[in-house]
Design a protein around this ligand. Structure first.
Ligand SMILES: Cc1cc2nc3c(=O)[nH]c(=O)nc-3n(C[C@H](O)[C@H](O)[C@H](O)COP(=O)(O)OP(=O)(O)OC[C@H]3O[C@@H](n4cnc5c(N)ncnc54)[C@H](O)[C@@H]3O)c2cc1C
Length: 438
């Protein structure tokens, strides 16, 4: 049994939609801060889905704050401290290492998304969080004093709702007052993760395996390919971001034949084609969804907040999507505790103010890196190889979201000024059976 210290109860009833890293972190942290938590998730069962995912020191410190979590994650996660950057033809441009510089910022984790997710999900269940699978939320509503959702023809009502329902968020409609459909970003990512087999014995792959757990990135015009040797070189993973005009409705389980990847990578370094020869066919082809930055993440009556990808999807080149979604969860839990049951609306305003600019800034690093890589002028790059470095900013990575929220809450509230009254009204839907109060 996990021994998580819990603050005295606040009486705040928090309903969280979604059990991704945003939803689970918010659930664990809200529970820790003494709020009562109910989580609704549309999946009917937990499946080990996805492949490689990264957590920076700013989110690993959140995992490590949960007693027993480090012991569970260390065996399935690894640390990446160096990347090789190559041209699409294989010429080595740069070895970038951050081991020394970032030592004092804390550890980073890379691992299999499905395996890490399973561990965090099990932990939340063990500490007693009420998670209900098979509950697809179809509607959100709020009044001045309450907020709730409808799922499985039941209404769930609490003091606050956190919509952690990912890039295709349904919670966005009530927050924005209109339906905000996801757009295709123009890119998709082929993804593969497989057992390394005899690969490590092939001398052509020595440069990939001699520094296990690190990354090698090949870059071409509007496309890049990243290979990793996770779990100390026992497994192999690659992702390839490429141009795509596909349908954004497709999901994590959308496949593409390996021949599609081969076509996109025609003429590239022969080592890449050897990797493709060893890759199980088909591969995942994950459409990268884009959203214009939202004007706000909180609803008109300030009882519903979007968190994680629902509020702010990230490009993979930022390597911060999961970490920022976890910071959201930590921050909202602190804000609710500071504000108390009568101050939920104030808590949501401060939450947004504490997070908005930081998130926008981290999103921007992903765009900058992608553009530098995809539009590289190699003659110029050879004169200044460091221009291709992955952006790793101290203000993003060396950061404690909990301390920041604790220290900045009062000042932020003061600077926001007196709370204005809400301007629009969303009625509780009348066409459903009202059967459960959280
Ligand atoms: C199945 C899956 C696999 C992924 N694999 C990878 C990967 O390999 N690498 C990587 O970098 N990122 C991956 N991601 C994305 C990554 O986890 C997120 O970008 C990041 O962690 C932010 O998480 P989030 O909690 O905001 O959103 P998400 O992780 O997308 O979680 C949203 C959750 O909300 C649930 N949900 C959505 N709508 C409803 C509804 N109406 N009612 C109830 N529940 C709802 C979803 O089922 C999901 O569990 C994956 C996401 C998913 C869902």
């Amino acid at each position: 049994m996990t021994n998580l210290d819990r603050a005295p109860e606040t009486g705040i009833r928090v309903i969280i939609i979604g059990t991704g890293f945003a939803g689970l972190t918010a659930a664990i942290e809200c529970h820790r801060k003494g709020h009562s938590v109910l989580v609704l998730e549309s999946f009917t069962e937990l499946k080990v889905l996805g492949d490689v995912i990264s957590f920076g020191p700013n989110s690993v410190r959140i995992f490590h704050g949960w007693p027993g979590m480090q012991e569970r994650l260390d065996p399935i996660c690894h640390e990446t401290n160096e990347i090789q950057i190559r041209t699409w033809e294989g010429e080595l441009i740069l070895n970038q290492s951050w081991k020394e510089k970032e030592r004092s910022w804390g550890r980073n984790y890379n691992g299999h998304r499905g395996q890490i997710h399973q561990v965090v999900f099990d932990y939340a269940v063990e500490i007693g969080i009420d998670i209900r699978l098979g509950h697809r939320v179809v509607d959100y509503f709020e009044t001045e004093t309450k907020a709730g959702v409808v799922a499985n023809r039941q209404t769930f009502i609490g003091d606050v709702v956190l919509a952690a329902d990912g890039v295709r968020s349904k919670g966005r409609t009530i927050v924005l007052g209109y339906e905000d459909k996801p757009k295709a970003s123009g890119y998709a990512v082929y993804r593969a993760w497989f057992d390394v087999g005899k690969m490590a014995e092939d001398p052509d792959f020595d440069f990939l395996f001699e520094k296990q757990d690190d990354l090698c990135i090949w870059i071409g015009q509007d496309i890049h390919f990243i290979a990793a040797t996770p779990k100390s070189g026992k497994e192999f993973s690659w992702v390839c971001t490429h141009k795509d005009d596909g349908d954004v409705e497709e999901s994590w389980s959308a496949n593409a034949p390996l021949s599609d990847a081969r076509k996109n990578l025609e003429g590239w370094d022969p080592v890449i084609h050897k990797i493709l020869d060893l890759t199980p066919d088909p591969v995942i082809d994950w459409k990268l969804v884009y959203r214009d930055p939202l004007p706000t993440w909180i609803s008109p009556k300030r009882r519903i907040a979007l968190i994680g990808d629902a509020a702010h999807p990230f490009l993979p080149t930022s390597i911060q999507g999961a970490s920022q979604s976890m910071e959201d969860g930590v921050t909202i839990a602190v804000c609710l505790r500071k504000a108390g049951k009568d101050g939920v609306q104030e808590a949501l305003r401060v939450f947004e103010a504490l997070r908005y600019e930081r998130v926008k800034g981290s999103q921007k690093t992903g765009e900058t890196t992608r553009d530098r890589w995809h539009k590289a002028d190699w003659d110029e790059v050879r004169k200044n190889p460091r221009s291709m470095e992955l952006q790793r900013e101290e203000w993003i990575l060396n950061f404690d979201a909990e301390d920041y929220a604790e220290e900045s809450y009062s000042e932020t509230l003061t600077s926001l000024g007196k709370q204005e009254s809400a301007v629009t009204f969303a009625d509780i839907p009348k066409s459903v059976d009202v059967s459960v109060l959280a």
